[in-house]
Design a binder for this molecule. Structure first.
Ligand SMILES: [Zn+2]
Length: 247
């Protein structure tokens, strides 16, 4: 009985984190060398998803690309969190091109996108990333020497918060994390305001984009007001460590 509970929890966890990992775990239980089989089945399913996702209106961002638009970490690729609708891919590519035109050599980095299958299946902890039309982008960063290409502060680009005034107070059951204890571990970089704000502005001026989320204190620092730049509210994740875009 205990065994079923444990395997049930593993299936649940893998499904929540990778969408197809739970099914791969379930299949692997039918074999004797189950861990090895799990890895093989998971990789096979992940590769298969690249070809079947278009039937669900999703397309994978390239994990091996070298252009202006790249996935920030192998982590997102390994967990199948890099899928977007073809329309969003086009918007992302166009905006990344725009940034690279203004700031040559700059690569726009994608963080969490969506899973390959089924509208309404959220990519936790981002409740809204469930239809291929939402994506998170990394900020750009500098050190004393200036812009550092491809660099972010934390290994996966999230959770390195820019401090600034906020009206939100932390309540439990909120996704508004501060994660104070972890801030000291991050790379010592500063927000590359020129590039980051240029990207936010480009997205906000893009007719195909519906909303861009960043924290109000960053919007204030930008000094411009765009209708599409919104605040996500106090009960959702903070947006002073990344940019959320939806079409
Ligand atoms: Zn988001």
């Amino acid at each position: 009985m205990m065994k079923f509970v444990v395997h049930g929890l593993i299936v649940l966890f893998l499904t929540v984190v990778t969408q197809i990992g739970g099914l791969a775990w379930f299949v692997s239980r039918l074999f004797r060398r189950s861990l090895l089989v799990f890895v093989i089945v998971y990789v096979a399913f992940s590769i298969g998803a690249q070809y079947t996702a278009p039937a669900f209106g999703r397309t994978p961002l390239s994990c091996f690309g070298s252009g202006n638009l790249q996935v920030q970490s192998w982590f997102y690729c390994a967990l199948n969190r890099t899928y977007v609708s073809p329309a969003l891919l086009e918007v992302l590519q166009d905006n990344a091109d725009e940034v690279a035109r203004e700031y040559p050599g700059t690569v726009t980095l994608v963080l969490d996108a969506n899973f390959p299958f089924w509208d309404g299946f959220p990519l936790l902890p981002h409740l809204s990333h469930d239809d291929g039309e939402k994506v998170d982008l990394a900020f750009f960063y500098s050190d004393e020497g200036g812009f550092v290409p491809g660099a972010v502060q934390s290994p996966i680009g999230y959770f390195a918060f820019e401090s600034g005034p906020t009206e939100c107070r932390n309540t439990w059951l909120s996704l508004r994390w501060d994660l104070d204890w972890v801030q000291g571990f991050w790379r010592d970089l500063t927000l590359g305001e020129g590039r980051t704000f240029f990207l936010v502005r480009t997205l906000a001026e893009e007719p195909r984009v519906q909303k861009v989320f960043i924290e109000p204190h960053l919007k204030d620092r930008m000094g411009t007001d765009f209708r599409k730049i919104r605040f996500q509210g106090c009960r959702a994740a903070r947006h002073d460590d990344h940019i959320h875009v939806q079409i």
